[in-house]
Design a binder for this molecule. Structure first.
Ligand code: SF4
Length: 331
Protein backbone atom coordinates (compact mmCIF):
# COMPACT_ATOMS: atom_id res chain seq x y z
CA UNK A 1 0.00 0.00 0.00
CA UNK A 2 1.28 3.48 -0.87
CA UNK A 3 2.51 5.83 1.84
CA UNK A 4 1.07 9.31 1.42
CA UNK A 5 3.35 12.22 2.32
CA UNK A 6 2.16 15.84 2.16
CA UNK A 7 4.74 18.60 1.77
CA UNK A 8 3.91 21.57 4.00
CA UNK A 9 5.49 25.03 3.83
CA UNK A 10 3.18 27.04 6.08
CA UNK A 11 1.72 28.71 2.98
CA UNK A 12 -1.83 28.68 1.64
CA UNK A 13 -1.35 26.04 -1.08
CA UNK A 14 0.32 23.42 1.05
CA UNK A 15 -2.25 24.04 3.78
CA UNK A 16 -5.10 23.36 1.32
CA UNK A 17 -3.26 20.24 0.17
CA UNK A 18 -2.96 19.06 3.79
CA UNK A 19 -6.71 19.63 4.25
CA UNK A 20 -7.48 17.68 1.06
CA UNK A 21 -5.40 14.77 2.33
CA UNK A 22 -7.26 14.95 5.62
CA UNK A 23 -10.63 15.02 3.86
CA UNK A 24 -9.63 12.02 1.74
CA UNK A 25 -9.69 9.90 4.90
CA UNK A 26 -6.28 8.42 4.10
CA UNK A 27 -3.54 7.97 6.63
CA UNK A 28 -0.70 10.37 5.75
CA UNK A 29 2.42 12.08 7.02
CA UNK A 30 2.98 15.82 6.70
CA UNK A 31 6.54 17.10 6.45
CA UNK A 32 8.23 20.48 6.27
CA UNK A 33 11.78 21.68 5.71
CA UNK A 34 12.66 24.59 8.00
CA UNK A 35 15.25 26.69 6.18
CA UNK A 36 15.92 28.94 9.18
CA UNK A 37 14.84 31.89 7.01
CA UNK A 38 11.09 31.69 7.58
CA UNK A 39 9.15 34.11 9.75
CA UNK A 40 8.51 32.48 13.17
CA UNK A 41 4.75 32.75 12.49
CA UNK A 42 5.14 30.45 9.49
CA UNK A 43 6.89 27.74 11.50
CA UNK A 44 4.33 28.08 14.28
CA UNK A 45 1.46 27.91 11.79
CA UNK A 46 2.79 24.66 10.31
CA UNK A 47 3.66 23.20 13.70
CA UNK A 48 0.08 23.78 14.96
CA UNK A 49 -1.70 22.57 11.82
CA UNK A 50 -2.28 19.11 13.29
CA UNK A 51 -3.74 20.38 16.55
CA UNK A 52 -5.95 22.90 14.70
CA UNK A 53 -7.38 20.41 12.24
CA UNK A 54 -7.25 17.06 13.99
CA UNK A 55 -4.76 15.84 11.36
CA UNK A 56 -1.23 14.52 11.78
CA UNK A 57 1.44 16.67 13.41
CA UNK A 58 3.70 18.26 10.79
CA UNK A 59 7.18 16.76 11.07
CA UNK A 60 9.77 19.53 10.74
CA UNK A 61 13.23 18.74 9.33
CA UNK A 62 16.38 20.88 8.99
CA UNK A 63 19.61 20.59 7.06
CA UNK A 64 22.82 20.18 9.05
CA UNK A 65 26.05 21.53 7.58
CA UNK A 66 28.33 20.76 10.55
CA UNK A 67 30.45 18.15 8.75
CA UNK A 68 30.62 20.07 5.49
CA UNK A 69 31.73 23.21 7.34
CA UNK A 70 34.47 21.26 9.15
CA UNK A 71 35.76 20.08 5.76
CA UNK A 72 35.59 23.64 4.44
CA UNK A 73 37.65 24.91 7.41
CA UNK A 74 40.29 22.27 6.64
CA UNK A 75 40.23 23.26 2.96
CA UNK A 76 40.61 26.96 3.77
CA UNK A 77 43.51 26.24 6.15
CA UNK A 78 45.32 24.06 3.60
CA UNK A 79 44.52 25.66 0.24
CA UNK A 80 43.90 29.38 0.67
CA UNK A 81 47.54 30.12 1.64
CA UNK A 82 48.59 28.36 -1.61
CA UNK A 83 46.38 30.86 -3.46
CA UNK A 84 48.32 33.77 -1.91
CA UNK A 85 45.41 34.72 0.29
CA UNK A 86 46.73 36.75 3.26
CA UNK A 87 47.08 34.85 6.55
CA UNK A 88 44.74 37.32 8.32
CA UNK A 89 42.00 36.58 5.76
CA UNK A 90 42.47 32.83 6.22
CA UNK A 91 42.30 33.11 10.01
CA UNK A 92 39.24 35.35 9.82
CA UNK A 93 37.44 32.91 7.52
CA UNK A 94 38.24 29.87 9.68
CA UNK A 95 36.97 31.70 12.77
CA UNK A 96 33.73 32.61 10.96
CA UNK A 97 33.13 29.15 9.49
CA UNK A 98 31.45 27.80 12.60
CA UNK A 99 28.00 26.17 12.48
CA UNK A 100 25.27 28.47 13.80
CA UNK A 101 22.46 25.90 13.63
CA UNK A 102 20.59 28.20 11.20
CA UNK A 103 20.44 26.13 8.00
CA UNK A 104 20.24 29.08 5.58
CA UNK A 105 23.18 30.88 7.16
CA UNK A 106 25.30 27.74 7.52
CA UNK A 107 24.68 26.87 3.86
CA UNK A 108 25.88 30.32 2.79
CA UNK A 109 28.94 30.12 5.06
CA UNK A 110 29.79 26.71 3.64
CA UNK A 111 29.25 27.81 0.04
CA UNK A 112 31.09 31.09 0.61
CA UNK A 113 28.22 33.06 -0.93
CA UNK A 114 24.49 33.67 -0.87
CA UNK A 115 22.28 31.91 -3.42
CA UNK A 116 21.01 33.84 -6.43
CA UNK A 117 18.50 33.47 -9.23
CA UNK A 118 21.18 31.85 -11.39
CA UNK A 119 22.59 29.72 -8.58
CA UNK A 120 19.47 28.90 -6.57
CA UNK A 121 21.14 26.21 -4.49
CA UNK A 122 19.05 27.11 -1.43
CA UNK A 123 16.03 25.16 -2.71
CA UNK A 124 18.10 22.05 -3.31
CA UNK A 125 20.15 22.05 -0.09
CA UNK A 126 17.55 23.43 2.32
CA UNK A 127 14.38 21.80 1.02
CA UNK A 128 14.61 19.04 -1.62
CA UNK A 129 17.66 17.28 -0.14
CA UNK A 130 16.37 17.55 3.42
CA UNK A 131 12.98 15.99 2.69
CA UNK A 132 14.49 13.64 0.10
CA UNK A 133 17.19 12.12 2.31
CA UNK A 134 15.43 12.29 5.69
CA UNK A 135 11.89 11.32 4.64
CA UNK A 136 11.30 10.23 1.06
CA UNK A 137 14.23 7.88 0.46
CA UNK A 138 13.72 5.94 3.72
CA UNK A 139 9.99 5.73 2.92
CA UNK A 140 10.72 4.52 -0.63
CA UNK A 141 12.94 1.79 0.77
CA UNK A 142 9.89 0.52 2.66
CA UNK A 143 7.30 0.80 -0.11
CA UNK A 144 5.74 3.02 -2.81
CA UNK A 145 5.21 6.68 -1.99
CA UNK A 146 2.75 9.34 -3.14
CA UNK A 147 4.05 12.87 -2.49
CA UNK A 148 1.30 15.50 -2.34
CA UNK A 149 2.45 18.91 -3.57
CA UNK A 150 0.57 22.19 -3.28
CA UNK A 151 1.37 23.38 -6.79
CA UNK A 152 -1.01 25.37 -8.99
CA UNK A 153 -0.57 26.09 -12.68
CA UNK A 154 -1.84 29.63 -12.20
CA UNK A 155 1.02 30.38 -9.79
CA UNK A 156 3.70 31.05 -12.37
CA UNK A 157 4.77 30.55 -15.98
CA UNK A 158 7.24 27.90 -14.83
CA UNK A 159 4.36 25.84 -13.41
CA UNK A 160 1.79 26.33 -16.16
CA UNK A 161 2.41 22.85 -17.63
CA UNK A 162 2.85 20.96 -14.38
CA UNK A 163 1.04 17.61 -14.52
CA UNK A 164 -1.35 16.45 -11.84
CA UNK A 165 0.40 13.08 -11.63
CA UNK A 166 4.02 12.21 -12.30
CA UNK A 167 5.78 8.90 -11.70
CA UNK A 168 9.43 8.62 -10.66
CA UNK A 169 11.27 5.30 -10.84
CA UNK A 170 14.69 4.92 -9.22
CA UNK A 171 16.74 1.70 -9.17
CA UNK A 172 16.72 0.12 -5.72
CA UNK A 173 13.77 2.19 -4.46
CA UNK A 174 10.02 1.76 -4.69
CA UNK A 175 8.09 3.91 -7.13
CA UNK A 176 7.20 7.44 -6.16
CA UNK A 177 4.35 9.44 -7.61
CA UNK A 178 3.95 13.20 -7.30
CA UNK A 179 0.35 14.26 -6.85
CA UNK A 180 -0.65 17.91 -7.36
CA UNK A 181 -4.30 18.03 -6.39
CA UNK A 182 -4.53 21.84 -6.66
CA UNK A 183 -3.21 22.00 -10.18
CA UNK A 184 -6.32 23.71 -11.59
CA UNK A 185 -7.15 25.80 -8.52
CA UNK A 186 -6.96 29.58 -8.20
CA UNK A 187 -5.52 31.35 -5.15
CA UNK A 188 -9.04 32.28 -4.14
CA UNK A 189 -10.14 28.61 -4.35
CA UNK A 190 -7.35 27.76 -1.96
CA UNK A 191 -8.28 30.39 0.63
CA UNK A 192 -11.99 29.60 0.31
CA UNK A 193 -11.40 25.89 0.84
CA UNK A 194 -9.45 26.50 4.06
CA UNK A 195 -12.03 29.04 5.22
CA UNK A 196 -14.86 26.56 4.58
CA UNK A 197 -13.01 24.13 6.85
CA UNK A 198 -12.78 26.84 9.52
CA UNK A 199 -9.03 27.27 9.23
CA UNK A 200 -7.51 30.77 9.24
CA UNK A 201 -4.62 31.33 6.85
CA UNK A 202 -1.05 32.00 7.95
CA UNK A 203 -1.36 35.43 9.67
CA UNK A 204 1.35 36.87 7.41
CA UNK A 205 -1.14 36.91 4.48
CA UNK A 206 -3.33 39.21 6.52
CA UNK A 207 -0.37 41.55 6.93
CA UNK A 208 0.15 42.02 3.21
CA UNK A 209 2.46 39.15 2.32
CA UNK A 210 1.87 37.47 -1.05
CA UNK A 211 4.24 34.61 -0.19
CA UNK A 212 5.20 33.31 3.21
CA UNK A 213 8.18 31.05 2.49
CA UNK A 214 11.65 32.43 3.10
CA UNK A 215 11.32 35.84 4.65
CA UNK A 216 12.63 37.34 2.50
CA UNK A 217 13.21 35.06 -0.47
CA UNK A 218 16.14 35.88 -2.71
CA UNK A 219 13.61 36.16 -5.56
CA UNK A 220 11.18 38.48 -3.75
CA UNK A 221 9.64 41.24 -5.84
CA UNK A 222 10.03 44.89 -4.94
CA UNK A 223 6.45 44.91 -3.63
CA UNK A 224 7.18 41.95 -1.35
CA UNK A 225 10.42 43.52 -0.14
CA UNK A 226 8.61 46.78 0.50
CA UNK A 227 5.95 45.01 2.56
CA UNK A 228 8.62 43.24 4.62
CA UNK A 229 10.77 46.40 5.03
CA UNK A 230 7.71 48.37 6.16
CA UNK A 231 6.08 45.87 8.47
CA UNK A 232 8.92 43.59 9.53
CA UNK A 233 12.16 45.65 9.48
CA UNK A 234 13.72 43.12 11.86
CA UNK A 235 13.82 40.65 8.95
CA UNK A 236 16.19 42.98 7.11
CA UNK A 237 18.24 43.47 10.31
CA UNK A 238 18.68 39.69 10.45
CA UNK A 239 19.78 39.53 6.82
CA UNK A 240 22.23 42.39 7.44
CA UNK A 241 23.72 40.36 10.34
CA UNK A 242 24.02 37.33 8.07
CA UNK A 243 25.77 39.45 5.44
CA UNK A 244 28.32 40.58 8.04
CA UNK A 245 28.98 36.99 9.18
CA UNK A 246 29.31 35.69 5.61
CA UNK A 247 31.65 38.59 4.74
CA UNK A 248 34.00 37.36 7.49
CA UNK A 249 34.09 33.91 5.89
CA UNK A 250 34.64 35.10 2.32
CA UNK A 251 37.90 35.71 0.49
CA UNK A 252 36.98 39.25 -0.45
CA UNK A 253 35.44 40.19 2.90
CA UNK A 254 32.02 40.93 1.40
CA UNK A 255 28.69 39.19 0.91
CA UNK A 256 25.26 40.42 -0.13
CA UNK A 257 22.01 38.51 0.20
CA UNK A 258 20.24 40.06 -2.78
CA UNK A 259 21.33 40.01 -6.41
CA UNK A 260 23.67 42.86 -7.25
CA UNK A 261 21.28 44.21 -9.88
CA UNK A 262 18.18 44.21 -7.65
CA UNK A 263 18.44 48.01 -7.23
CA UNK A 264 18.85 50.43 -10.16
CA UNK A 265 22.22 51.56 -8.71
CA UNK A 266 23.41 47.96 -8.43
CA UNK A 267 22.25 47.19 -11.98
CA UNK A 268 24.12 50.26 -13.33
CA UNK A 269 27.24 49.24 -11.41
CA UNK A 270 27.03 45.67 -12.74
CA UNK A 271 26.71 47.03 -16.29
CA UNK A 272 29.73 49.33 -15.89
CA UNK A 273 31.86 46.51 -14.48
CA UNK A 274 30.78 44.05 -17.20
CA UNK A 275 32.21 46.46 -19.79
CA UNK A 276 35.75 46.18 -18.35
CA UNK A 277 37.52 44.00 -20.89
CA UNK A 278 40.50 42.81 -18.88
CA UNK A 279 39.35 39.86 -16.78
CA UNK A 280 41.58 40.53 -13.78
CA UNK A 281 40.63 44.21 -13.71
CA UNK A 282 36.96 43.24 -14.02
CA UNK A 283 37.24 40.78 -11.12
CA UNK A 284 39.09 43.36 -9.01
CA UNK A 285 36.44 46.02 -9.75
CA UNK A 286 33.70 43.55 -8.87
CA UNK A 287 35.44 42.58 -5.61
CA UNK A 288 35.79 46.24 -4.60
CA UNK A 289 32.30 47.33 -5.77
CA UNK A 290 29.78 48.63 -3.21
CA UNK A 291 27.07 46.12 -4.14
CA UNK A 292 23.72 46.83 -2.49
CA UNK A 293 23.51 45.23 0.94
CA UNK A 294 20.30 44.37 2.82
CA UNK A 295 19.97 47.85 4.33
CA UNK A 296 20.33 49.51 0.90
CA UNK A 297 17.79 47.10 -0.58
CA UNK A 298 15.34 47.86 2.24
CA UNK A 299 15.75 51.61 1.56
CA UNK A 300 15.24 51.11 -2.16
CA UNK A 301 12.21 48.87 -1.63
CA UNK A 302 10.49 51.72 0.16
CA UNK A 303 10.95 54.10 -2.77
CA UNK A 304 8.86 54.73 -5.88
CA UNK A 305 9.59 52.86 -9.09
CA UNK A 306 12.55 55.04 -10.12
CA UNK A 307 14.15 54.39 -6.76
CA UNK A 308 14.88 58.07 -6.18
CA UNK A 309 12.21 59.31 -3.81
CA UNK A 310 10.63 57.76 -0.73
CA UNK A 311 7.01 56.89 -1.28
CA UNK A 312 5.63 59.00 1.54
CA UNK A 313 2.17 59.13 -0.03
CA UNK A 314 1.78 55.37 0.06
CA UNK A 315 3.35 55.15 3.51
CA UNK A 316 0.94 57.69 4.93
CA UNK A 317 -2.06 55.92 3.44
CA UNK A 318 -0.76 52.50 4.53
CA UNK A 319 0.89 52.78 7.91
CA UNK A 320 1.92 49.15 7.80
CA UNK A 321 -1.02 48.00 9.87
CA UNK A 322 -3.83 47.79 7.33
CA UNK A 323 -4.42 44.60 5.38
CA UNK A 324 -3.07 44.77 1.85
CA UNK A 325 -3.22 41.08 1.09
CA UNK A 326 -3.00 40.34 -2.60
CA UNK A 327 -5.73 37.75 -2.15
CA UNK A 328 -8.53 39.91 -0.80
CA UNK A 329 -8.55 38.38 2.66
CA UNK A 330 -9.85 41.46 4.41
CA UNK A 331 -13.47 40.93 3.52
S1 SF4 B 1 11.97 30.41 -0.81
FE1 SF4 B 1 13.52 31.61 -1.96
S2 SF4 B 1 15.28 31.85 -0.57
FE2 SF4 B 1 13.97 30.20 0.27
S3 SF4 B 1 14.82 28.31 -0.53
FE3 SF4 B 1 13.23 28.95 -1.97
S4 SF4 B 1 14.29 30.22 -3.55
FE4 SF4 B 1 15.64 30.01 -1.78
Amino acid sequence: MSQHIVNVSGGKDSTATYLLALDSGRSFRAVMADTGNEHPDTIEYAARLGERTGGPQVEIYRADFTERMAKKRAFVAAKWPEMDIPAATVERAIAALQPTGIPFLDLCLWKGRFPSRRAQFCTEFLKSDVIGTQVIDPARRAGPVVQWLGVRRAESIARRNSPMWQTVRTPGLHTMRFYRPLIHWSAQNVFSYAAARGLDPNPLYLQGMGRVGCFPCINASKAELRAIATRFPEAFDRIAEWEAICAEASKRGAGTFFAADVTPEGAALAKRISRIEDREARNAASAAAPWPNARKVAEWARTDRGGKQFNWIIDQADDGLSCSSQYGLCE
